[in-house]
Design a protein around this ligand. Structure first.
Ligand code: AVI
Length: 318
């Protein structure tokens, strides 16, 4: 039975898809739960803190790049487009693009309605003339965008290297879904993290202050909160490893002792040393990134990188 969830003084039902993904993910081998479920209210807050960590270079690097490339971007994209951001909450990056491109409308799309509304508030204050249309949806599927922006050319904005959280096949599906949602004549501005040494990559996902660990472990706390779980969270530890074969950082939750627990009345046993795979963060070399975009139906037209080649922002057209 679905359990009403009390959070922030409001009564909610757990998402049936969350329930299905958790029960199936804990039962399969290797155990794995999709990373999209990190982002409840607390998870979204923790992610914002990650973006400010000294070890987590992507946000800082991409933000500096967006500032530096604004002139060229504006020349190539023009003004008056509807900027459709896939995933809201890039609190530092969104204003840079809105300031730079003076769009006709801004449509942030996010699965977390609460976080969406929260992140839109300061933007509405900062850009009082701008038409802002927050859209609560799962953007991994093709969407029908608000009719108000039907006649405006679109610029999809997908910063943060979020594309890297999908396996390549799903990334291609997402790029195709974006193309289908944005339609002919659209452009896409996308951030992609580059392959680099483990000495930089691993600390970025296993920071000294333990914020990424808290972000990962919050998934277990969320399961306990929303799915009537009895997971002993203290029996798990955060683990981040570089998988060179697949060019990705993997995050896992490793049991440090045998753990027996229930979720929604279903019993699970996890042996010490076993892990629950919670996230992939794929990194792309320059050619890999371009091939991925082309496979997703987009033609790359311009690419910007920081001086150290850590991160790339790519402009593509449909
Ligand atoms: C949202 N996404 C691009 C982040 C990343 O870098 O893969 C999520 C993240 N996980 C741990 N740290 C950051």
């Amino acid at each position: 039975m679905l359990k009403p969830e009390i959070e922030d003084g409001q009564t909610r039902l757990a998402d049936p898809q969350f329930r299905a993904d958790v029960l199936a993910g804990l039962a399969r081998r290797p155990r794995a739960i999709p990373a999209r479920w990190f982002y409840d209210h607390r998870g979204s807050q923790l992610f914002e803190r990650i973006t400010e960590l000294p070890e987590y270079y992507p946000t800082r690097t991409e933000t500096a790049l967006l500032h530096a490339m604004c002139g060229e971007l504006r020349e190539m994209v023009g003004t008056g487009r509807a900027v459709v951001e896939f995933g809201s909450g890039s609190s530092t990056k969104t204003p840079i693009v809105l300031e730079c491109l003076a769009p006709g409308a801004y449509v942030p799309i996010d699965i977390s309605g609460d976080f969406l509304r929260e992140s839109v508030r300061p933007l509405a204050q900062r850009f009082p003339e701008l038409l802002i249309l927050p859209f609560e949806a799962d953007f991994t599927r093709p969407l029908t965008l608000p009719r108000t922006i039907e006649d405006m050319p679109k610029l999809g904005f997908f910063p943060g290297s979020t594309i890297g959280n999908l396996i390549p096949l799903a990334a291609i599906d997402l790029l195709r879904a974006m193309r289908a949602s944005l339609k002919e004549g659209a452009m896409l501005l996308i951030g992609m993290d580059r392959i680099k040494g483990e000495d930089v990559l691993v600390p970025a996902y296993d920071d000294a202050a333990g914020v990424t660990a808290a972000f990962n472990l919050n998934l277990l706390e969320r399961i306990n909160r929303e799915l009537d779980g009895t997971i002993p969270v203290e029996a798990f530890r955060h683990k981040a490893v570089w998988n060179d074969d697949r060019a990705r950082i993997e995050m896992h939750l490793e049991a440090t002792e045998n753990a027996a627990f229930e979720v929604e009345g279903r019993a699970f046993d996890i042996a010490a040393g076993e892990t629950i795979h919670t996230e992939n963060s794929h990194k792309y070399g320059p050619r890999d990134a371009r091939i991925l975009l082309r496979a997703g139906g987009w033609t790359p037209v311009r690419e910007w990188t920081d001086p150290d080649g850590r991160f790339a922002v790519i402009l593509a057209e449909a």
